[in-house]
Ligand binder design. Structure first.
Ligand code: BJW
Length: 253
């Protein structure tokens, strides 16, 4: 049976309001309404740039200046952007519900700027760099230099981003595992589910009979008893969800 979008939102709000431990997984679609391009799709970054030429350790080994040029371009673009209503509504959910963790694949820092806590940036952060020699990580906002070096050991710096073929930081992995293990509900938003390991998290929860609510402008086509699709923009749906949860909580007291 097809239920109306409004009914789905009511159902999602009721489920989230009852959640003891909610995990939210976000992707590039959540920052799209801030004016940051997604990776895949019509206007996606990968339409004009090949991932293997820019987002792999081999690319950096072979053409470090080209890779830095691309990251400097994106840093300049991102630093002019602000969080949108989806980012703020997620922070609001953390005030309404007992336990809300956020795992983001985004590297743009916008969840941070919106004040979200319990935040796991699984693919790194574009405003950080890591030394390829001594391994130190540091905040790195400069965008002028296409061959920056470490101020401690003069080794070459690289963006502190997880590229294709690279393992995630084991500390981050164990935090993610713990959050996913304890969650009774997951909201997955603005991600195509094309990249692992994040793409496997939905099934991990569904296999354990937990509820998954997806927010995306495109229907996923996924079918499962405890899976609910909310089709639309994250910047419209998250604030509406938050309003509905607030009203449920107010009626409870
Ligand atoms: C909206 C919207 C709006 C739009 N509102 N929605 C298992 C099987 C096969 C392969 C692998 C596997 N395990 C690992 C791999 C290899 C690889 C991988 O997954 N490859 C796939 C392509 C198949 N994974 C890795 O290499 C990972 N490492 C790893 O697992 O190590 C162990 C290992 C290695 C090798 C082999 C086996 C094991 C690391 C992945 C790192 C990904 N890094 C990137 C690039 C960083 C570069 C940078 O940012 O500068 O991270 S890839 C890129 O994709 C970026 C994103 O975080 C990530 C996910 O993209 P996302 O967020 O989903 O964006 P889009 O554009 O795809 O989707 C946007 C969505 O939003 C769409 O659905 C829209 O409809 C929607 N939308 N507007 C709501 N307003």
């Amino acid at each position: 049976m097809d239920i109306s979008p409004e009914k789905s939102l009511d159902t999602a709000a009721r489920i989230a309001a009852e959640s003891k431990s909610l995990v939210i997984l976000t992707g590039a679609g959540v920052s799209a309404e801030s004016g940051i391009p997604t990776f895949r799709g019509e206007n996606g970054l990968w339409k004009n740039y090949r991932p293997e030429e820019l987002a792999t350790p081999e690319a950096f080994r072979n053409h470090p200046a080209l890779v830095w040029e691309w990251y400097n371009f994106r840093k300049n673009l991102i630093s002019e952007k602000s969080p949108n209503p989806a980012h703020y509504a997620i922070t609001e959910l953390q005030h309404l519900l007992p336990d809300v963790s956020l795992i983001t694949q985004n590297v743009d820092s916008l969840h941070n700027v919106a004040g979200t806590i319990n935040l796991i940036e699984m693919h790194g952060n574009i405003f950080r760099a890591r030394c390829t020699n001594c391994g130190k990580t540091m905040e790195y906002r400069r965008t002028e230099d296409n061959s920056p070096v470490c101020s401690f050991c003069y080794g070459a710096l690289r963006p502190d981003i997880v590229w294709f073929g690279e393992m995630l930081d084991p500390v981050i992995v164990s935090k993610i595992e713990s959050v996913l293990y304890h969650a009774d509900t997951m909201i997955i938003a603005g991600t195509s589910g094309a990249v692992y390991p994040a793409a496997g998290y939905t099934d991990y929860l569904l296999r354990r009979n937990k509820t998954v609510i997806e927010i995306n402008t495109e229907k996923s086509g996924r079918e499962a008893e405890k899976y609910l699709m909310l089709t639309g923009k994250a910047g419209d749906i998250f604030p509406e969800l938050s309003r509905k949860i607030k009203s449920i909580k107010e009626k409870e007291v």
